[in-house]
Ligand binder design. Structure first.
Ligand code: MD6
Ligand code: FE
Length: 217
């Protein structure tokens, strides 16, 4: 029995593993280091605390949010946009940490897509049962740049709804350390996150973070 478990562990090695799911969707496992990313998130959110943003529809986002990089994604009753300052404190957003840029660059290399310099990173935090509704990311000036997303902590089921009715919707399990890239035809497809579930094997883990690295301008 012990041997079986050992083999299982060996197979699930910590080497990054990239899968092209088609349509420019890349799922890369074991790429991000949780500990160093969480440390950077702590530093950023000490400067600019996570908050629920008001949507133009008049209700707050379920996940709480902060940003780093030159631009941050913000939402209020007037709509969605990228801003150089935190609308609450009027401060510029903290710089994009080197660790995030390195993961972004490695992800582009592994997926074999041209790397680019992100100027915005939205930080989403989910507590258990929080979700993200179906949406398309189209507030960027040039929506042909890919979006590179890093998942940390609790797992999420990420659903993608292709524009083409002949392509079936996809469910992608995003686990701690995973990176997901939406590029080319899938870049503007709708997607959402199902309510986050507790992990019975890690009862102290109650949070999921998602970082999306974008070129907004
Ligand atoms: C999340 N992610 O994973 C939310 N958008 O919590 C996104 O909305 C997303 O992961 C565009 C590209 C990749 C993403
Ligand atoms: Fe999105």
């Amino acid at each position: 029995m012990a041997d079986l478990f050992t083999q299982e562990h060996d197979r699930a090695s910590d080497e990054p593993q990239v899968t092209h799911l088609g349509h420019g969707i890349f799922h890369i496992k074991h790429l991000a280091s949780t500990e160093s990313c969480l440390r950077r998130i702590d530093e950023i959110t000490q400067e600019i605390p996570m908050r629920h943003m008001m949507t133009p529809m008049g209700y707050p986002t379920k996940a709480s949010m902060s940003n780093c990089g030159k631009y941050g994604w913000v939402s209020d009753l007037d709509g969605y946009r990228y801003s150089e300052r935190d609308p609450i404190s009027q401060q510029p957003w903290p710089a994009l940490p080197r660790e995030f840029l390195q993961i972004h660059q490695s992800a582009c290399q592994l997926a074999n897509i041209p790397s680019f310099l992100p100027d915005a990173c939205l930080i989403n935090r989910y507590e258990i049962s929080q979700s993200m509704g179906r949406h398309k990311d189209k507030d960027e000036q040039d929506t042909s740049w890919p979006i590179v997303s890093i998942s940390l902590g609790l797992s999420a089921v990420f659903e993608v709804y292709p524009d083409n009715p002949e392509i079936s919707p996809m469910k992608i399990l995003l686990e701690d350390g995973d990176v997901l890239i939406l590029s080319s035809s899938s870049r503007l497809w709708a997607h959402g996150v199902k309510p986050i579930k507790a992990d019975l094997l890690q009862p102290n883990l109650t949070t999921r973070y998602n970082l999306t690295l974008r070129r907004s301008h």
